[in-house]
Write a protein that binds this ligand. Sequence first.
Ligand code: ZN
Length: 540
Amino acid sequence: MNAKKLSAFLLAAAMMVPCAAPAQAAFAAETTETADAAAVTEEAAEETAETAADEAATATATAPKYVFLFIGDGMSYPQIQTTNYYLNAIEDDGDDILTSESKLNMMNFPVAGSAQTYDSTSFCPDSASTATSIATGHKTYSGTINMDETMQTPYETIAEKVKEQLGYKVGILSTVNLNHATPAAFYAHQASRSSYYEIGQEMIESGFDYFAGGGLLSPTGENEDQTDLYQLAEEAGYTVVKTKAEAEALTAESGKTIVIDETLADDDAMSYDMDLEEGEWALADYVEKGIEVLDNETGFFMMVEGGKIDWACHANDAGATITDTVALDEAVGKAVEFYNEHPDETLILVTGDHETGGLTIGFAGTDYDTFLTNLTNQKISYAKFDSDYVAGYKENKTDFETVMQDVTELFGLQAPQGTTETTNQADSKDEHPEGEESGTLVMTDYEYQKLQAAYEETMSRTGEEEEFGQEEYVLYGSYEPLTVTITHILNNKSGIDFSSYAHTGLPVEVFAMGVGQEQFGGYYDNTDIYNKMAAITGVQ
Ligand SMILES: [Zn+2]
């Protein structure tokens, strides 16, 4: 054991002391125990490794049997708070913001902490390195999964450790592809997150018990000439299930399973929650089934990723961001139901890997006002609008007036009625006293001209463009100009805005409930999420 590992181990051992208390006592005394934990941490640095090992044995005896780790990809404070305010706004119809309450399950957890997310590359990290930190307690470069900075040494993950050392069953769920960066960081070890085939091979080799979510990327390799990953999975003893009916039929006796969502959407991910058809399974359904499949006497570890919160934020689609955050929270609700049946044996964590999009509540055009109920007019995600509408516009050379009819129907935005005089606060309450609470969806001339210019840009593009000018990129990112301009205008008229098409350096939340919850208060590093989980479960 090297010095760095030893000190991490000692730190982990120190944190076990308060966890040894029964869970219910811990609930009552979380403040003092957090202070105690800090004091014990310092003392423990001087302890011998043998003492630490003794304590590890004690901790294992009281470790949570059931651990849920929810990761909202790209979900930081802005995503959570915007979602909560939105839910309050639609309930109150903006009548009385003082009644705003915490409507999300995660916001009602007894312990909340914050984690900084920088990685070896950037203050604005990516999902591969941040998930590596959460899963293993190590920093590495953006794009790298569970390998050190020299790309020589792999790191063992918390999921691998609880399986090997404690005999827990393991479930990995994601709304995006199961070999995408975040889920991969719990079973794979690759210099590049883009090595999808190799990551898929490691997924099969993991022997984990339940995988569920979006389809595998590159299932036959980059050149489509390798043995199909699903076939390899079946040869390795997995049951591969690709329909809802088969998924429904799974039980605790089904053995190792890979469940691929029946109705795949953009990039073979699950649909955005707002695009789900009646009866289609959402993330919460996969969590509920996962609990049924994984439940056993020894225990289980379940990682659940809301992966498309990130994708929606990249695209600056606030509506889809909010509904996918709600979908993740409903999945959290399933874990809370399980917790209520096993309160002394369960730990639930909800965190994000990084913030995406630089989302904020407030916009220059609305000053101090927000009109979040405007977002209820959005009926479709940016991605489904691209595939189901914009592709057809380009093919049929649809005229702008016809396109505007769809824009009004699907996003609520209306063409200007007569000439509007545009002021710098055109959408504030002062300018629209008639829509004081609900705001307006009638575009100003300025907004309408922007939308028209974006339409022209979309219609002129061939799809082969690789380089964009500075102005084009700031306006549209790498997205369909028409679509991203629609969501920009709707976001802004709702009083919210994005500053980036990439990730940002904001810290993320860590909500905790259950056995060991008191460890997660405070402001710390994302590597400590692993350190605390390892300490509580007693793995080394
Ligand atoms: Zn991202």
